[in-house]
Design a protein around this ligand. Structure first.
Ligand code: FES
Length: 517
């Protein structure tokens, strides 16, 4: 068990540190399956599980290790309370669609509960009430409108000035009977069940394209192929876009989590505030003691300035209100938001009915990922599902999508241009580099990111993102290079951690920078 009591330690989520996983091989040759799934998070693994139960032959690949992406870095709340959303959904899509969105989340919660009960999974599952609270007068009206939406949709809720947690707030909106769990204890069992039912899992296998011959074929970076009837892209940003223009229809945000022990006893409940900066609070159990998880500090990927400061802000908050005794873990996660805040789940485009995508969960991936797996399974099995139309990626809502479309793409264009026209005063000298840090400089006129490890080994990278050529920025908290345009992330060695990019950054390594100087 890790005790990360220093902000300088590498980030590691509690979930990963407390569960062991098998390692799976890399796919090296051409294989055949009825369904090829790309992405070993909650969506991909739940889909593999549901399909295998129907005797469908499934191959699942992951570019790294399974359950080490956003699912391994979540706060793992199982709730239909997705911030302030229902009033907005009613205004933009009508009462019926807002109700469908709510029902989809509740059905996902019931699916998770059903799997826990069927397989007797010990995953620290607890039913809890969920609260959105505010400290700002301007948000009290929004909470009241949200409560009105709850009433309209038949959601059991209550406006209150009393919550179990001792934090300053003016008003809160409760949604009863939500839940939280240890996501990897739950999913490890689903992985075991998948393997028992014949699902083949491959790791360190990066999908780069889908080719259409007689059947859709997933092509990997190392030249292996999966020939299948259906492809499921459960890799957050679809690696294959199929001219669905997903980069123009979503934006990526990072959020941070710290896990601390406190001298106080956790009073129950799961919490999120309505305003910024976000504060999201829950607990879990570590060796019989409460581990308090404090999340928030969301920002668009690659636009967060010094990311170490986000962890510090969470720690300061936790210490001020919860009397921290031990700083145990810290980690960060990335998620995508669509133009209208409803996930894209369904065929990648109207005409490609055998390639499916599931993305844009807006940080509510436990329920959205689970229901996405069910919706896609029903597409493949040609079964009806009440949520297909609501989530279809080819929907187009003039209002509010168009406004958001302009905002998202203006932001991308701004960062693309800014990266290319960078002021020379922002460019640093490589002489200033110290171990564990990175800077951006120009070498032979090319913008270059330079990182020095503790042994003075220096990694120089071309900072031009291999997706659509924006310039990546250094993320000091996670020691990664992050792209501000669509959220691709690269390790300090240049390897892709998160797409949509599929190719690494070009790199040069100097083994001992001190000797070279
Ligand atoms: Fe699209 Fe970098 S992620 S340009």
């Amino acid at each position: 068990m890790t005790n990360h009591n220093q902000l300088t330690d590498s980030p590691e989520p509690y979930w990963r540190d407390s569960v062991q996983f098998e390692k799976y091989p890399k796919l090296k040759e051409t294989s055949r399956a009825e369904v090829g799934i790309v992405g070993g998070g909650i969506t991909g693994l739940t889909a593999a599980y549901l399909l295998a139960q129907e005797n469908i032959k499934v191959i699942l690949i992951d570019s790294g290790s399974i359950l080490n992406g956003t699912t391994g870095h979540t706060t793992a709340k199982i709730t239909a309370q997705h911030g302030l959303i229902y009033d907005e959904l009613i205004q933009n899509f009508g009462e019926e669609n807002a109700k469908l969105y709510y029902q989809a989340q509740i059905e996902a919660k019931q699916m998770i509960e059903g799997n826990i009960s069927t397989h007797d999974i010990d995953c620290d599952y607890r039913n809890e009430d969920a609260y959105i609270y505010t400290n700002k007068n301007s948000y009290i009206r929004k909470l009241e409108l949200e409560k009105k939406a709850y009433d309209q949709l038949g959601i059991e809720g209550e406006l209150t000035t009393k919550i179990p947690l001792n934090i300053p707030f003016k008003k809160a909106l409760k949604m009863k009977n939500q839940a939280m769990f240890h996501p990897l204890k739950y999913l490890r069992k689903l992985v075991d069940e998948c393997v028992k039912m014949g699902v083949q899992i491959f790791e360190q296998t990066t999908a780069t394209d889908v080719e259409y011959n007689k059947k859709p074929t997933i092509v990997t970076r190392d030249g292996a192929r999966i020939i299948c009837d259906y492809v499921v892209e459960a890799s957050q940003f679809p690696f294959y876009d199929g001219q669905g223009f997903y980069p123009t229809r979503m934006y990526a945000e990072r959020a941070y989590v710290i896990a601390v022990k406190s001298f106080l006893t956790y009073p129950g409940g799961i919490y999120i505030n309505a305003e910024s900066p976000t504060r999201s609070i829950r607990s879990t159990s570590l060796n019989g003691e409460d581990l308090w998880l404090i999340g928030g500090e969301n920002h668009k990927t690659g636009q967060g300035k010094s990311t170490t400061k986000h962890y510090q802000a969470l720690y300061d908050y936790a210490n001020k209100y919860f009397n921290v005794s031990d700083y145990m873990y810290r980690w960060s996660a990335q998620d995508l938001t669509t133009l209208d805040k409803i996930p894209y789940i369904g065929s990648i485009t109207k005409t490609q009915s055998n390639v499916f995508v599931a993305t844009g969960f807006r940080k509510w991936g436990m329920t959205n990922g689970t229901i996405a797996a069910k919706v896609i399974t029903d597409y493949i099995l040609n079964r009806k599902n009440p949520y297909m139309e609501l989530f279809t990626p080819s929907r187009f809502q003039i209002n509010p999508s168009l406004k958001q479309f302009t905002a998202v793409n203006f932001d991308v264009a701004k960062h693309l241009i800014k990266g290319k026209l960078e002021n020379t005063k922002d460019i640093q000298s490589i002489e200033n580099l110290t171990p564990g840090n990175a800077l951006v400089t120009r070498i032979n006129g090319n913008r270059t990111g330079v990182f020095m490890d503790e042994n003075h080994k220096v990694y120089m990278l071309d900072t031009t993102c291999t997706h659509l050529r924006c310039e990546v920025e250094w993320n000091s908290g996670d020691q990664t290079w992050d792209c501000p345009c669509h959220g691709s992330r690269f390790s300090y060695t240049g390897e892709v951690i998160t797409g949509p990019a599929t190719r690494p950054l070009d790199q040069t390594i100097i083994d001992d920078f001190k000797k070279e100087k």
